[in-house]
Design a protein around this ligand. Structure first.
Ligand SMILES: [Zn+2]
Length: 504
């Protein structure tokens, strides 16, 4: 009997999959959604306000709290069914000003202090050898050299822009810098005792052969997250990392780092990719480089902050929720425009558009601005905790946290994916028909842990330029394209519609 029942259930499931089809009006509805986003969109203007009136939103900062008030006020103006905050404590780490690493290198000094002809020769040498991945360094990496030449400083020491990793300890540090390409080289030199009392530059570069740049990020990000833990047991004084970026430029990229209580906490900071290439070149000729720097960063006690939520109630299953969102917090470099101002604007705009075109959702649609994704996930954990406490059921959760670039499609969990594939022909004209297995994201992950049936979805935009600006001072509003942002918002609205129709 049990087998018969499970067969009937299986058959029922298969039939639902086979017969999940777009309805006759869906094509028109998608057109309406895109028209609203592209012709009367609000996402770009609201993102501009967030970036320019509020600015960067590091967890625990006064500015972030001001931003949360702004977000509540902004959402309130749209008369959604409810707007509320979900208070949670967040960690509070602050940078306390920018840093430079001062490098003593005879070759670099020659470059900036010689006669014009000496400089030209040294420049040529550097262009040829220091930037092997950049055939035209005069357009790309040379900006770094130009910048050096424009500095006024003590010419016995050359300043290199440095950004502390979020969570790093501060202090003043002096020593010899050794360059390694990866963890294996670190371990091999460390095991020989060669790194004792020295500093290390972890110079693992992005794998350029990957079409999706998130794969390159995934394999390099460990040097940022665990670099201090890897190096400390070899009595290394400090870790410098190569920024996690495809771009050869002079902007250092920040991001979170971890410590373990049982391992000495050593500072960790990043230099730009161009600086990492140059330092690696000088090291290959001159050996360990004498460097010194100061990091003024510190960790303060936790502070009360909040997620911000806007909702449209469902008319069929009001206690079953489809959540969509991104993170409100950002790093303090830049304005958090792509990461993740774009993501929260995608979702706010999707909620607005669905309301504007008069769509009555079956489920409750919830737009969440999660707090503290970058360095603690406290917002995501609080959201999941309260969801469980209130016996809520999340049918699905969508996260947009890959920048405001041209949307290509979605990554989804399997049940939703099999149904969404029936809509592929309708998605194709909008360039969003790439559907792949594997939804997820930092802020929606905890919901899946609670309920394995919750279908996770990620908006997948084009990833080629994301890591040029990710966690760097170039992540500003000016680097977000209006149409690309609006297309992303419309794509989210379409996905939410499909989820609302296809899942119960
Ligand atoms: Zn992000």
């Amino acid at each position: 009997m049990k087998q018969v029942l499970s067969f009937i259930f299986y058959l029922g499931f298969q039939l639902t999959v086979i017969f999940a089809q777009p309805k006759p009006g869906d094509s028109l509805l998608f057109r309406k959604i895109f028209d609203e986003a592209l012709m009367r969109g609000h996402s770009y203007a609201r993102l501009g306000e967030l970036c320019k009136k509020i600015g960067p939103r590091l967890s625990g900062s006064d500015q972030t709290e001001k931003g949360i008030d702004w977000a509540v006020g902004m959402l309130s103006a749209y008369n959604f069914d409810s707007i509320y905050k979900q208070p949670t404590m967040v960690p509070r780490w602050q940078r306390n000003g920018r840093s430079f690493m001062y490098v003593k290198s005879p070759l670099l000094q020659k470059l900036i202090s010689g006669t014009d002809s000496q400089r030209a020769i040294a420049n040529l040498e550097i262009n040829k050898k220091a930037f092997p991945h950049s055939p035209y360094p005069e357009y790309e990496c040379k900006s770094y050299i130009k910048w050096l030449e424009g500095q006024s400083f003590d010419k016995t020491q050359v300043p290199v822009s440095l950004t502390a990793m979020g969570g790093s300890v501060g202090g003043t540090f002096t020593g010899d810098l050794v360059v390694v390409r990866n963890r294996q080289e670190l371990d091999s030199l460390g095991a020989k005792g060669y790194l004792k009392g020295k500093m290390v530059l972890l110079n693992r570069a992005f794998e350029e052969e990957n079409i999706k740049t998130f794969f390159s990020y995934g394999s390099c990000v460990t040097q940022r997250v665990y670099g201090a833990i890897w190096a400390a047991p070899y009595d290394v004084k400090a870790v410098i990392i190569r920024s996690l970026s495809n771009s050869c430029d002079m902007n250092p990229h920040t991001g979170v780092t971890y410590y373990e209580d049982s391992i000495t906490k050593i500072p960790i900071a990043a230099v730009s990719t161009a600086a990492a290439d140059a330092l690696s070149y000088f090291y290959s000729i001159e050996g360990p480089l004498s460097v010194n720097f100061e990091l003024k960063c510190e960790t303060l006690p936790d502070r009360l902050s909040a997620n911000v939520i806007a909702e449209t109630k469902g008319n069929e299953f009001s206690n079953r929720i489809i959540a969509m969102g991104g993170h409100f917090d950002s790093w303090d470099e830049g304005e958090g425009a792509h990461d993740d101002g774009a993501g929260i604007m995608h979702c706010f705009e999707a909620l607005r558009i669905l309301k504007k075109i008069g769509y009555q959702p079956r489920h409750t649609i919830r737009c969440v601005f999660w707090i503290n994704e970058e360095n603690g996930m406290r917002g995501a954990l609080k959201y999941a905790e309260l969801s469980e406490l209130n016996n809520e059921i999340h049918v699905a959760a969508l996260e947009s946290d890959r920048g405001g670039f041209t949307p290509r499609g979605f990554a989804m969990d399997s049940v939703l994916l099999s149904r969404a594939k029936n809509y592929q022909d309708l998605l194709r004209p909008y360039g969003i028909s790439e559907l792949e297995l594997g939804g997820g994201g930092v802020d929606i992950g905890p919901l899946k842990k609670q309920n394995k049936n919750t279908q996770l979805v990620a908006l997948v935009p084009d990833s080629q330029r994301y890591f040029d600006v990710h966690h760097a001072e170039t992540d500003v509003f000016e680097n977000v394209n209006k149409r690309e942002l609006e297309l992303g918002a419309a794509a989210v609205a379409v996905a939410i519609y499909i989820i609302d129709q296809e899942l119960d």
